[in-house]
Design a protein around this ligand. Sequence first.
Ligand code: D6G
Length: 848
Amino acid sequence: MAQKPLSDLERKKSISLRKIPLVDNVVGVKDSFNRHLHFTLIKDRIVATNRDYFTALCHTVRDNLTEKWIRTQRDYYEKDPKRVYYLSMEYYMGRSLGNTMVNLGIEGECDEALYQLGLDIEELEDNEVDAGLGNGGLGRLAACFLDSLATQGYAAYGYGIRYEYGIFTQTINDKGEQVEIPDHWLEHGNHWEKERPEYLLPVHFYGRLESDDKGYHYKWVDTDTVFAMPYDVPIPGYMNNTVNTMRLWTAKAKKGFDLNYFQGGDYIGAVLDRNNAENISRVLYPNDNFFVGKELRLKQEYFLVSATLQDIVRRYKTSQYGSRNLVRTDFTNFPDKVAIQLNDTHPSLAIPELMRVFMDVEDLSWDEAWKIVTKTFAYTNHTVLPEALERWSCNMLEKILPRHLVIIYEINSRHLKNIERLYPGDMDRIRRMSLVEEGYDKRINMAHLCIVACYAVNGVAAIHSEIIKDSIFKDFYEVWPKKFQNKTNGVTPRRWLLVCNPILSDLICDKLGEDWIVDLSQLRRLEPFIKERRFTEDFIKAKQQNKDKLARYIKSTYGIDVNSSSMFDCQFKRIHEYKRQLMNILYVIVLYNRIKANPNAEFVPRTVLIGGKAAPGYTTAKEIIKLINCVAKVVNNDPIIGDRLKIVFVENYIVSLAQKIIPAADLSQQISLAGTEASGTGNMKFMLNGALTIGTLDGANVEMCEEVGEENMFIFGMKVEDVDKLGKIGYNPRDYYERIPEVKKAIDQILKGYFTPQEKDAFDHLIVKHLLDNDRFYVLADFEAYVEAQEKASELFKNPTIWYKKAILNVAAAGKFSSDRTIRQYADEIWNVKPTRKIWSPTKTIQK
Ligand code: D6G
């Protein structure tokens, strides 16, 4: 049969993707590695350093990925599905090499190839600097979501900012205090990103408005313009030939120079001024759960939103639905092609920005624009802490984004008319529900803006989603009950089990096969194996190997000997009063005093590992770090204590360090005050790696407890209702201090300088102001219950077989906490999208 001639497009495709050297076998990997060492790095084996080898390996792995990336993006253009856009000011990606090799299924080949070349892959991987473009849970969630979106074949994009400086590096000085060092993570280049200077987009600030006098259309003129340049980062799905894009924007000064400068003769000034514009993407704000209303941060948020929406509208216009008649694009189908998820209110200026684009650029009416906008955006709330809620000053908005403020006022006026219609005369409700908070410094409540404009609002764990309906958003829930949803957070099982814990992963694969990697609910099938002695023994061995490895790391990094048969008791998260690291360290002092008082009594040995960064301006959190370090110094050097109790503050907790610590944990501390931690995701990672949790009924701990059963956790403390009650009755922490002798003793020691002989008043502010006078997060009220739960944990640890059986049950019950499940729920219940690409299955072949 005669062959059909190829179309132009088909010919182009077959030329561009033909004869690409394969990097999926040992020989191919070696070839590519040597080629990159030679041609990309211009080095040979005589002069090459470990970093050069690392770089050559990254390029080799990238070669494998490139074709899949191009094909995936082409597939999206051809199939033109509804696309998901995840907008986030943070992506806490960590390292990419290990994860990429695993997701591409070439880890074994790379390992073998490098071994044959006389190199150790693990050693090379340690050259990778973490991409720390996030603070904590919110940013890491965004990273897990991208992995799950690609793994499940959704046509999705992550949009964010390419900060030149990510989250600071934390060091600890001789006094035990945190010192911040800027994180210049791009110093040696970023091998995963591809800059796209050809896609530069303008972003406007300041200026003034010219009205067309007819209605709602304005011209925004005399603005300062900054350019947004995209860097594309590949996001490979697990073994499904799918590579999605994370697009990060960098600020670039206007092309060319303002000639006025030169007329004034200030040539140097003109060149230096460019830096100012480029400062927008210079640095990540290092605050977690805390709003800092600074001008630069506002500019960052708008910069992300403006560039991203231009990109989204451009892509929509190329789709078949964005059909154009001569002058206008038809945007009616926009919500059928575009879903935009706002990760907290940080990108919420996207709402007035899309209104502005539709009206002032695309010439739609207010009603037309509003109809589309309100079917496009969905908002995720991440916290109820008042200090974390974004409330931008109207004065600042008026100066920097005058058009947006006018739009927000208009949204508000229409919204309040609606509320007035629903609740005539209820002025208090109208005031409460306004987007504008009146006062000396008038502000816009960005969460209110989101709830009014978004078609879905979700919390991040069941309890949190209930709390927002009952408290901060109650009025809004009464008007729009159907908007409110829950999407319990999750973590990607690729990075947080398969990659970080190969020993346990192998053990699970032996029993269950490989399905669990993309269907974590399969872990339930581990339950019957607790009856198998051999399996329990192997599980214990795996945990022990992970603990030994961490012990070696602690010895080599901090010079501290830890007893790796002791209980590894871990609390790793940002340092924040509501997370109650203070409760943990008070208990450590109690334990210390108990051993000292009774040195010959039986004692279950513990290594208490604590880590996390404090925001540089958060004095109280920094004092907590110092207290932990000062207590550690005394306890660790007390010969009576020996190796029964050790405290290690593990400095600079970052994603790659989490991957070392979590597999080695026995006990996971999740002890926030009930009602304060929206979900937590660290809790899930520890559970998935076989730690038992000591925790309050807060955030996702509640659902972990439902999944695994209360008998397999150490649940303690007040519930949300109890906290409310105690708040109403009136809580006096000094009553607890006076009543509980061990608490009194520990606090008195701190105040008398027992742990800081050189600086006796070091903790007066922390202990008096933030514990005895105003214990905002009820540390002392929960303390006795905490001690009791800790004692149960110690008691159980005396019997490792029972302890580790419970640990296995925790792994088996962790299936719900896969971000694959979370993403499926967002896709089905909020975005209304179906996968475009296939999911991997160990038994089926994958569509290319
Ligand atoms: C990524 C992959 C590349 C693609 C580019 C632009 O860099 O193959 O051409 O994205 O994609 P769009 O912005 O046109 O979707």
